[in-house]
Design a protein around this ligand. Sequence first.
Ligand code: ADP
Ligand code: 5RP
Length: 555
Amino acid sequence: MGAKYAIGFDFGTESGRTLLIDVETGEEIGTYITHYNHGVIDEIPPTGKKLQNDWSLQDPADYMKVLYESVPEIIHQVQINPQEIIGIGVDFTSCTMLPLDNNHVPLCFNPKWSKHPHSWVKLWKHHAAQQEADEITHLAIKLGESFINRYGRKISSEWMFPKILQILRESPKIFEKTDLFLEACDWVVYRLTGSLVRSNATSGFKALWHKDAGYPDPQFLRQLDERLEHVADTKMRGNIRPIGSKAGELTKEMADRMGLPEGIPVAVGIIDSHAAVPAVGAVRNGQLVMTMGTSTCHMLLSDKKKMIKGITGVVEDGIIPGFYGYEAGQAAVGDIFAWFVNHSVPEYVKQQAMKEGLSIHKWLEREASTYKPGQSGLLALDWWNGSRILADSDLTGLIVGLTLGTKPEEIYRALLEATAFGTRKIIESFVEAGIEVDELFACGGLPQRNELLMQIYADVMNREIKIADSKQSSAYGAAMFGAVVAGKEKGGYNSIFEAADKIAKVKEKTYTPVPEHVKIYDQLYEEYKKLHNYFGCANNTMKNLKKLKLNCGFR
Ligand SMILES: Nc1ncnc2c1ncn2[C@@H]1O[C@H](COP(=O)(O)OP(=O)(O)O)[C@@H](O)[C@H]1O
Ligand SMILES: O=C(CO)[C@H](O)[C@H](O)COP(=O)(O)O
């Protein structure tokens, strides 16, 4: 059999990344980034009306552009025979959802509805349904609903039901005209295949669905709002299929538009950060993958089911079939470093970095690496965007130990360390709950960019850290799922386990803990925990400051 290829589509926040891989060797043959024409929409296109700050919408036409533009471009670049492409996988940000009409066409495509903001795609980071999310959390706790325990006892405003409830409350007409609310990942798969298949991953992590219990029951939904009583059977209907299975095959219409042969199998859609898990070969019990970028997502595979406070969620078969997939996270990581670089670096640092031809990050990293752990006398709390593990977005950042002699690079180092302590706290909460964490992997933009950061993580965790060997781990993982649904006879794989054994990729260089650093970081971590417990639970200064700020008219 000659070379065979698979395509992975990674639909991000600003662009879609398309990757073509050689299924047998894992070689990344071709890649293309399609920038969304409309990016993140903050005003309604036909009216130009400005949306409120916490709104984030998208245009589904941009997703189609990714499909139509990138595939012919890659095929042209690498000159392969499209007949040799045997499978397609799709990953997407989540919960990114949209309302569809009776013909499964996005409501926002209809000029009659497009001026209504609620007819557009709500991006994962649309945070305007916070009130609805809180309502769902409170009602579920009050009624003793067991589903809330799977989500660390807190429902996120990013998820499907808060978003639906917001639409219902603010635009009942759009709710009424919606035949289906669908995750964007499932809509793209539907457009590719013509099959309406929902992913068990997006349904499980973002739509409160469980493989035995289904969605929250109608009585619960009725108490939330009587118009929601039957929403699970009506507007949320659809065949929910497990990741790793085939959703359908490429239709003739789409094949023609993308320059591909008809009938290529397409995998059930997956969540973008989760797609990186098989890409690094994490397909076994106790393996934890950190996707480190602006924020960090921690994905852990386990054969044990535990309800853990402060995690984002646990879904059986939700990340890799056969395992309980746990997701936890830190709401800001790279964003904290970005804050420091953009708002707190003195002019001399900028000048010096420019003179040496370095980015400010690189300059600070170099200077910070001349310090030993503990040498700066600083300790920080990583709560610049709230704390996910304490499920409290009103908590804020903190640096202790500043003196007249403190240098910018010392603060930068304290911020890197703070995010490492935050990750250690997440790992410890898994371990304390009885879930083993045996092996750590890192992917995303940060591990490629900052060596000091990764060494600090290895030292703080006292564990070796393996680094993804692809700049496009999510697209790579999606392509692996494409190869799996193609199956062995067509040159693909029988399972994601087989694919991971053959073509998962980590760099040869790993980060290993330095024993002297570990000792000091153990001491610093004890102090971090004291600050965490005090400011997170015992002291309300952060909340009082926030209240004062709000009373003064700032958001
Ligand atoms: N050298 C660096 N060291 C630490 N952080 C960096 C460095 N370069 C960029 N960043 C931060 O990395 C983040 C972007 O990470 P990336 O993985 O590319 O993005 P995303 O999370 O959007 O996928 C930004 O918050 C940026 O401030
Ligand atoms: O909710 C998520 C995973 O459950 C992701 O954070 C969301 O999809 C956006 O991810 P990214 O910023 O890496 O594109």
